[in-house]
Design a protein around this ligand. Structure first.
Ligand SMILES: Cc1cc2nc3c(=O)[nH]c(=O)nc-3n(C[C@H](O)[C@H](O)[C@H](O)COP(=O)(O)OP(=O)(O)OC[C@H]3O[C@@H](n4cnc5c(N)ncnc54)[C@H](O)[C@@H]3O)c2cc1C
Length: 547
């Protein structure tokens, strides 16, 4: 494997980006840029760049995975500076990885000798625009609470106009929760429902086409963006567009971050073509009512029949349909202890479903409608209708990752974590077969399964023990799991992205046409291969024999 490496006092970036495109092979020849020739990276990149080890440390530790090593850190103050930096880095062959909220789970933000380009200072809203063009310009720098107050005052001053089809323009580093805090006074939201939304940036979510619990209703973050603005890796301005979400047929994959859409430009291509600096986002009305229930299921095929029935009854108002395996629920119980709250008296079902429905009409008896669906529609006995305030149910769902982390630390045998998806039509059968095959091959395996059943997405954690660490069989487990996923027409990366974590899998499993399209786009936008150079296994490709 080749990549940026340190050699004594000099720093060399060595990259090979070969690709077979159509009938010919394009090879970017290895470049070997000695940055020492320009003294140091901070000298070249300017006052917002540092190579002080204390400042770098925070950016060397990814959300998951081993710490890396950063050559330098650069924190631009505005969009133009990002463009200028990219141009300079491209000209001088300085490799970069992008850092925003730092919650990404596929190690794309971890430097291995690259510089870190942090978007943390691009964290302000810019303007809110109504469908008729009336516009509120936000102050240049304020807290989310101050922006929310100013937006609310402006809106009231306008006579509280209707907000359908309103949009908001924001800098890419703004956190999802901060955005929602700003929109709330107008009864609006940007519907990303992830456990990481307090830190995850809107730019990161759009770049990664992140999904989350309510993708079944609103689609991925890519679909929630009207436009993404930014710069190609060689510093040229870009404006990108993605379509609004349309429900996907049950026999098709609804989410697949291993298949980036090149025609969407910077949207969903996970920071390998360029950097998003600003976004114009669709906004959505916060539903007037939301109701939810926890429902036991005997297996995942039954769970998916419940989804189909809920779709019949509530249509597009099914806002979330999550699944939680018994093992996942028990981890949450263990972590919470006496503080564990559940609407169910017993917790012995193999799976639990969190069904959330919404209504934008206040006169509808949504709670009654949901109860009727569970009681008459599904024929559930009273003691299996886990009706409870949304907050209680969300607390269970959002505690799974933390509970899994705690169990992994306690058992001391490491963890393998996966984010797969299959078409909804086969999702139930997929999970049933997968669990059977894993248990047959590795009896006693600890599999924690949960995720976004509404779009066929599964988060799978395999937790090892000190006696049986996962590292002993990691390669075989990954292969088995991804082979079964592939057999069901699924993807090894549903929503978290490919990053460096799944680069080799992308090369091994993504269709040739997908790989070729990505490589061709990479050559167009990043001719020197400086941006996220190890993501998607770009550094692992070998020159074809015929090249
Ligand atoms: C507890 C927890 C729960 C999560 N739940 C979900 C979930 O339900 N669904 C889901 O999809 N993800 C989930 N995630 C993953 C994560 O929150 C998303 O991948 C999110 O998009 C990362 O955003 P970030 O700002 O933190 O990006 P970072 O981690 O800072 O960056 C990761 C990579 O994203 C790319 N990137 C970031 N910003 C930009 C930009 N402006 N331009 C170009 N490229 C960019 C770069 O390649 C970068 O290296 C979860 C993470 C955690 C920790």
């Amino acid at each position: 494997m080749r990549g940026p490496r340190k050699q004594g006092d000099s720093y060399n970036t060595v990259l090979t980006l070969p690709a077979r495109i159509g009938f010919f092979v394009v090879t970017i020849h290895p470049m070997n840029v000695a940055v020492t020739a320009v003294n140091s990276i901070p000298t070249l990149l300017g006052q917002h760049c540092t190579d002080s080890p204390e400042r770098l440390r925070r950016y060397e530790i990814p959300e998951r995975g081993e710490p890396g090593h950063a050559r330098a850190l650069v924190v631009p103050e505005d969009e133009a500076e990002v463009g200028a930096l990219l141009k300079t880095c491209s000209e001088h062959g300085i490799a970069l990885v992008v850092s925003a909220g730092r919650t990404g789970l596929v190690e794309a933000q971890r430097p291995e000798g690259e510089c870190v380009l942090s978007l943390e200072k691009l964290d302000q809203p810019i303007a809110f625009t109504l469908a008729d063009g009336e516009r509120h310009q936000f102050a240049a720098k304020a807290t989310p609470a101050e922006h929310a107050d100013a937006l609310g005052a402006w809106w009231r001053g306008q006579g509280q106009p209707r907000c359908e089809d309103a949009s908001i323009e924001v800098q890419a580093g703004l956190a999802v929760d901060a955005l929602n805090q700003i929109l709330e006074p107008l009864g609006l939201m940007w519907p990303m429902e992830m456990g990481s939304s307090s830190a995850a940036s809107v730019g990161g979510c759009v770049a990664n086409a992140s999904a989350g619990a309510n993708a079944v209703c609103y689609g991925t973050a890519a679909h929630l963006a009207l436009n993404a603005y930014g710069f190609s890796a060689d510093g040229r301005e870009m404006t990108c567009t993605a379509p609004v979400w349309k429900a996907v047929a049950p026999d098709q994959l609804a989410i697949n971050s291993a298949q980036p859409r090149i025609e969407w430009g910077l949207i969903g291509t996970q920071g390998v073509l360029g950097v998003i600096t600003r976004l114009r986002l669709r906004t959505y009305g916060i539903p007037v009512q939301r109701e939810a229930a926890l429902i036991p299921a005997i297996d995942m095929p039954q769970a998916m029949r419940i989804l189909a029935a809920a779709r019949e009854e509530f249509g597009d108002d099914v806002e979330e349909f999550e699944f939680i395996s018994n093992a996942a629920l028990q981890l949450v119980r263990a972590l919470k202890g006496d503080a564990f709250r559940s609407p169910l008296a017993r917790h012995d079902a193999p799976y639990y479903l969190l069904l959330q429905v919404k209504s934008h009409k206040s006169h509808v008896d949504l709670a009654g409608k949901l109860y009727e669906f569970l009681d008459d529609g599904l024929g559930l006995p009273e003691d299996q209708i886990g009706y409870a305030p949304l907050k209680v149910l969300k607390e269970i769902r959002h505690s799974i990752t933390e509970s899994s982390n705690a169990r992994m630390r306690a058992l001391g045998g490491g963890r393998l974590s996966f984010d797969t998806a299959t078409p909804v039509a086969v999702f139930g059968e997929y999970l049933a077969v997968l669990e059977k095959e894993l248990v047959a091959e590795y009896p006693g395996i600890s599999l924690i399964a949960f995720g976004h059943a509404g779009v066929g997405g599964a988060h799978l954690h395999i937790i090892g023990t000190r006696e049986q660490p996962v590292s002993a069989h990691a390669r075989e487990l990954v292969k088995l799991l991804f082979d079964v996923t592939q057999d069901f027409g699924g993807t090894f990366s549903a929503e978290h992205g490919v990053g460096t974590k799944w680069g080799a899998e992308f090369l091994a499993r993504a269709p040739t046409v997908t790989q070729e399209a990505l490589i061709a786009a990479k050559h167009r936008h990043d001719p020197k291969g400086i941006l996220s150079p190890r993501s998607f296994g770009l550094n692992l490709r070998s020159v074809p024999a015929s090249a």
